[in-house]
Ligand binder design. Sequence first.
Ligand code: FES
Length: 106
Amino acid sequence: MSENRRLFVCTNQKSGVGEDVAKALKKELKHQGLKKLVVDGHKLRTQVQTCDCLDLCKGCKKGPGAALIVYPEGTVYGNVRPADAAELVAEHLGRGKVVKRLRREE
Ligand code: FES
């Protein structure tokens, strides 16, 4: 059985920071070896995708970063900047821990 995890990053900001956040997340996934994993015999693949407004704009407009959502768990992060990518990948995707300082309620 194979399972996919997806991160959707809003790119609807005027600054275009969402594109940079998505690039940084992809780079970190590769760098930290978390793009493709085998967990308990199951293949787990993580993909980062950009998208238009996620309708989570509170997460975008309160600061200079982007909103993103992680599926399948549905965790929402807001005001994510490229510099947050390493921590988000290591903690959420690597250790399964929510990064509380970036967490937003839907
Ligand atoms: S502008 Fe980013 S979620 Fe709406």
